[in-house]
Design a protein around this ligand. Structure first.
Ligand SMILES: [Zn+2]
Ligand SMILES: [Zn+2]
Length: 379
């Protein structure tokens, strides 16, 4: 994939001040553009982006598997930033962004299952402009204070990857200490999933194709299985023929899904977190005879994000970082992610030199200069 820099090659004097990655729609090449710095409306804050994690969902947006219909779009939903404009008491604070925008009033929100809220508002990086930019405008109530001592790059993957892993483990699979689980795919979500499962007292089998990813998983305390070998046989051996209590499917390929099902013990849970174009094909009898449970897992709640932030601040959770990259590196990072060559989370660090002028405060009134929202989409 080649990065189109044509719009960024005009003389500096003619250019608006903010660099941002733009996705123009499915199948189109990402580009870096220069845009005016967004102005926050009422109830919003402007963040200088300190770090933004690269998620597999960006590939779904590029491929059209997820299509919010809002193009061009600045992606990036794992955002850590510093408030540079907004309510005076927030300016200067560092914060993570809870990208989900549940309504807080529907049946699902009231039940505490806000991750499946059908009335979710525009989500930064998914259905409104996000964090692969020098600045991003977000609702104030989406901010979560970054604890002292937690590095922004280290904190970025908490916003989606680690919180998604926490929700899948505890919100959906109801992990019990002493269980043996398999993590199919050791990417951005798989790594914190291994860490959180170990913290929860589980035995973890991590399945990955790349030796680098298996080495990372082993370093986190998992036993590892080569996805290119015979994972079902290896899983069977590792559990003395019993099978595992739960498999977390982060790959969802034609190859991985049947293997994941075959690794389960009776009454085992298959938790589907990842997705792509492959279909899950299964005869109901296979599920009936063993009372296999199929469970989907979507995103996370605000409370779950707060919990992973607490664990990270205390040093119990540290998501491995593959590297820090500039906005201009986004295409290369996404290519590496697609090819399975990123061991750990890739994090974009925009390094903005632009300073928001003091004359910009107070914020513009609600409605002025605001972007369009679209249908909700989540990892
Ligand atoms: Zn994500
Ligand atoms: Zn709701």
């Amino acid at each position: 994939m080649q990065l189109d820099l044509s719009s960024a090659t005009r003389p500096a004097a003619q250019q608006p001040p903010m660099r941002a990655v733009r996705f123009d729609g499915p199948g189109l090449v990402p580009r870096v553009d220069r845009l005016p710095v967004p102005r926050p409306g009422e109830g919003e804050a402007l963040l200088r982006v300190l770090a933004a994690g690269v998620c597999h969902t960006e590939l779904q947006l590029l491929d059209g598997t997820l299509n919010p219909g809002v193009w061009p779009l600045t992606p990036g939903h794992e955002i850590v930033g510093e408030v540079v404009e907004g309510p005076a008491e927030l300016v200067g604070q560092r914060a993570l962004v809870y990208y989900s925008r549940p309504c807080g009033e529907c049946e699902w929100c009231l039940l505490g299952h806000e991750q499946v809220c059908p009335n979710a508002g525009p989500q930064p990086g998914l259905s409104t402009d996000g964090g692969f930019a020098e600045f991003v405008r977000v609702p104030i109530d989406s901010l979560m204070r970054l604890p002292e001592g937690l590095d922004p790059v280290q904190a970025a993957p908490l916003g989606c990857a680690a919180a998604t892993a926490y929700h899948a483990l505890h919100g959906v699979a109801r992990l019990q200490a002493g269980e043996t689980i398999a993590v199919y795919g050791v990417g951005g979500v798989g790594l914190p999933l291994i860490e959180l499962a170990m913290l929860g007292g589980a035995r973890v089998l991590a399945i990955a194709r790349s030796p680098e990813k298996r080495a990372l998983a082993r370093a986190l305390g998992a036993e590892v299985i080569d996805a290119g070998g015979d994972p079902v046989l290896e899983g069977c051996r590792a559990t003395r023929g019993q099978g595992v209590h739960a498999v977390f499917e982060l790959v969802a390929s034609d190859e991985s899904m049947p293997a994941a099902l075959a690794m389960l013990r009776r009454r085992g849970r298959l938790i589907l977190v990842g997705y792509g174009s492959a279909r899950l094909r299964v005869n109901p009898l296979e599920l009936v005879l063993r009372e296999t449970q199929l469970l989907g897992s979507l995103g996370n709640t605000r409370a779950e994000l707060a919990e992973v932030v607490r664990l990270a601040a205390g040093g119990a959770l540290k998501v491995p970082i593959a590297g820090q990259y500039a906005l201009e590196d986004v295409s290369a990072v996404l290519d590496a992610l697609r090819a399975g060559r990123l061991a750990g989370r890739g994090v974009i660090v925009p390094r903005s030199a632009f300073r928001v002028p003091r004359s910009w405060s107070p914020p513009l009134p609600l409605g002025e200069g605001r972007g369009e929202g679209g249908e909700a989409a989540r990892t």
